[in-house]
Design a protein around this ligand. Structure first.
Ligand SMILES: [Zn+2]
Length: 376
């Protein structure tokens, strides 16, 4: 049986398409929309009026038109028609960000609050989120939801922590926050948040492993521009692959996991990274030696990932801003010694979005869902 598209669906589809086109173009005339989407001028005009009346788009200046001497009205989306909140929970700090429909930062806040897996903590952080939202001065219905990035593995529905040894929060449910807040909340594994941000700023990205080099190591596997969590939610947890059976004790209970060799904690402990790299870039210092040793471990880790996945590998996390092209050449040099295949040096790259990436990435799934269906 062939399925017929109803007039209602065509109408909805036109409205969505026109909105998406304006979103992508930034500023566009009615004529250009009609031409690009092969829709009649009256259809476009009716939709523009409706979208404008609903508050989703606005007139935004004028554009040169084909007809000499005549200017056309430009349309743009109302970027804060909907917003989303991203939260990052860390042991000593809570970070908040609000983003608009382009994923741009509207406001950011950071507070030093010690994590405790206790009711009082969730109430206090929820209070902070409510105050933060109030300070945005936008109608509350504009807030789509709150994504909360956690250091641990999250259930596929984003409702529970299935493995949270760093913060000792295994089993925590997102209700702990949601009960204090009037918005939908969801958990996200922090490297997945970072990978989502990377996808947002990298339209060409298809398949990749995002390696988060922060105080702890983390990873996310990107397949067809989606985060692949795996069957049990622990895809790309390279941090617990054992590299040295008699190595340092990892927080997971095993010895010599990659986290004990390639995390920033392994590299600098509690030292200041700026000071460390200032010294590491000078020849003959202890820090330079430590850095060279670290790069050798990192090359082995990258080579393991490269052999198993053969996709692009993005180096992100707090270490990423310190990485240089010279470091990447050192990594490739090491990998060539290890790799049985003579691959081109074309698969390692430094993250394009090193700052606020986890909080922004926690918020973006709400934005993306809205953009996929503006009338949902
Ligand atoms: Zn481990």
């Amino acid at each position: 049986m062939t399925q017929r598209i109803t007039p209602g669906q065509i109408k909805k589809n036109n409205r969505q398409q026109i909105y998406n086109y304006i979103y992508e173009q930034g500023n566009v005339s009615q004529q250009a929309i009609a031409y690009a989407l092969k829709l009649s001028r009256p259809t476009v005009a009716t939709n523009l009026s409706a979208l404008e009346e609903d508050g989703l788009i606005c007139k935004n200046g004028q554009l040169e038109s084909d007809q000499i001497g005549r200017k056309a009205v430009a349309y743009a989306i109302v970027a804060d028609y909907r917003i989303a909140i991203g939260v990052e929970i860390m042991r000593h700090v809570v970070k908040l960000i609000a983003v608009d429909l382009y994923g741009r930062k509207l406001r950011r806040d950071v507070a030093e609050i010690e994590y405790r897996n206790a009711e009082g903590y969730y109430e206090r952080v929820s209070d902070m989120i409510r105050t933060f939202i109030a300070a945005l001065n936008v109608p509350l219905e504009r807030v789509l939801g709150i994504g909360i990035a956690m250091q641990g593995l999250v259930s596929s529905d984003g409702r529970a922590m299935v493995y949270g040894k760093i913060l000792d929060c295994t089993g925590l449910r997102v209700d702990a926050f949601e009960k204090w807040l009037d918005y939908p909340c969801s958990f996200i594994h922090d490297p997945a948040g970072a990978a989502i941000s990377e996808l947002w700023v990298s339209p060409e990205l298809e398949d990749a492993v995002y390696l988060s080099l922060s105080r702890h190591l983390g990873g996310a596997f990107i397949m067809n521009r989606q985060i692949d969590n795996g069957r049990h939610g622990h895809s790309a947890t390279y941090e617990h692959v054992q590299a040295q059976p008699r190595g340092e004790l990892c927080y997971c209970g095993k010895r010599g996991c990659w986290d004990t060799l390639c995390s920033m904690k392994a590299l600098i402990g509690n030292d200041n990274p700026d000071a460390f790299f200032e010294a590491a870039r000078r020849e003959g210092t202890d820090e330079a030696l430590r850095w060279q040793r670290y790069l050798k471990y990192l090359a082995r880790l990258i080579e393991d990932i490269h052999l198993l996945t053969d996709v692009e590998i993005i180096l992100g996390g707090h270490l990423a801003p310190y990485l240089t092209e010279g470091d990447i050449r050192v990594l490739y040099g090491e990998i060539h010694r290890l790799c049985p295949f003579d691959d081109a040096d074309d698969y390692i790259r430094i993250s394009k979005m090193p700052s606020h990436n986890i909080t922004v990435g926690a918020a973006l799934p709400y934005i993306r869902r809205f953009l996929e269906d503006i009338d949902a």
